[in-house]
Design a protein around this ligand. Structure first.
Ligand code: GDP
Ligand code: MG
Length: 240
């Protein structure tokens, strides 16, 4: 059966969070022909086994595995490549994003010409993270916005919908999932923003620490700025 939307979920050690989340995604998308591609990236806590057991209950679920930990951006790219749908929705695997927001983002994407608006990004209205992370994230967003002029107040929000072709045309580097908005602009697309909910992490721990994320994010911001200078603008090629 043709699938219209693929929900890509990168997961690293989310054994306790992933099953309730997959059930929530399936409920939220019951009005669509959808699939869920989870990408297990070297989990050691039984995440893959939990997912495999869930396939009987949720037939739309697919489980892809990297075999070792190579990072969240690679997880997203693996999921997008495996997807059989033209539209992708990404969501964090820890349950902090609310799957009930996905239809809102899809509606906004479909309300526009695909050649114009290629992506809709969630903006977490009220971050349910600790004060340190909120502060670090606010600073990183302001710095990135100033350097890249990408208008994004919450570039790191894991909840996004976009066209598969658009994602696969973007330059890839590890950690590029935090720069998808700036990279989509670079290809000449508009990005729309929709306010979404955010929930506290119920189980497990964050896979990132603020210092490491800040250093990598700083270097990557300079990298994306360089990429912006290496692009002569979008064109729509015509076959004559
Ligand atoms: N594939 C993959 N996913 C990851 C990795 N690190 C984190 N994730 C997933 O990315 C999402 C966001 O990670 P999380 O640690 O909650 O980040 P935070 O909410 O920004 O603190 C969760 O679904 C994680 O399971 C990784 O190395 N590989
Ligand atoms: Mg999280």
């Amino acid at each position: 059966m043709a699938v219209s939307v693929c929900v890509v979920v990168p997961v690293k050690d989310e054994a306790e969070n992933i099953a309730p989340l997959v059930r929530e995604i399936a409920r939220a998308l019951s009005g669509e022909e959808f699939e869920i591609v989870t990408v297990d990236d070297g989990s050691t806590d039984g995440t893959a086994e939990t997912l495999l057991a869930l396939k009987n209950e949720v037939p739309q679920l697919r489980v892809v595995q990297h075999g070792r930990n190579i990072g969240q951006s690679r997880g997203v790219r693996t999921g997008v490549r495996a997807a059989r749908a033209p539209i992708i929705a990404t969501i964090d695997g820890d349950g902090q994003n609310d799957p009930a927001d996905i239809p809102k983002l899809l509606k906004e994407l479909r309300a526009h010409d695909p050649a114009t608006v290629g992506m809709v990004s969630g903006v977490r209205k009220q971050r349910m993270d600790d004060a340190n992370k909120r502060w670090a994230s606010g600073f990183a967003n302001a710095f990135r916005r100033w350097m890249l002029n990408d208008q994004a107040v919450d570039s790191g929000c894991g909840l996004k919908v976009f066209y598969r072709d658009l994602f696969l045309s973007l330059p890839f580097f590890d950690n590029m999932h935090r720069f998808l908005i700036a990279l989509a602009f670079r290809e000449g697309y508009q990005v729309r923003f929709v306010e979404v909910g955010h929930r506290p992490r119920q189980h497990g721990v964050s896979k990132y620490n603020n210092i490491q994320r800040a250093i990598v994010g700083l270097v990557d911001t300079f990298g994306v700025r360089w990429l912006q200078t290496r692009f002569k603008g979008a064109v729509t090629p015509k076959e004559l």
